[in-house]
Design a protein around this ligand. Structure first.
Ligand code: SF4
Length: 77
């Protein structure tokens, strides 16, 4: 018996996307993900519902997502 896909990959494409930024909760807890494409294109959600399994804006990241350790600017923009 296999696991459901979201249990194996709870983030999906955003984890490998050049436009994604991982936001760490300042008090611990689960990180969330911000979509950089949403700044220019309102069709994309700022905080995508995970896992993202298909996305026209996906672009493979060479180094993994940017990481932001909970700055107010990243959370509020
Ligand atoms: S473009 Fe798609 S895959 Fe990339 S961060 Fe935005 S929602 Fe995630």
């Amino acid at each position: 018996m296999s696991e459901p896909p979201d249990a194996l990959d709870p983030v999906g494409l955003c984890a490998r996307c050049a436009h994604a930024r991982q936001i760490h909760h300042p008090h611990g807890g689960a990180a969330y993900w911000r979509c950089g494409v949403s700044d220019a294109d309102p069709k994309y959600p700022k905080y995508p519902r995970l896992p993202v399994v298909t996305c026209a804006g996906f672009e493979q990241s060479r180094s993994g997502p940017d990481s932001d350790y909970g700055s107010a600017e990243s959370r509020d923009t």
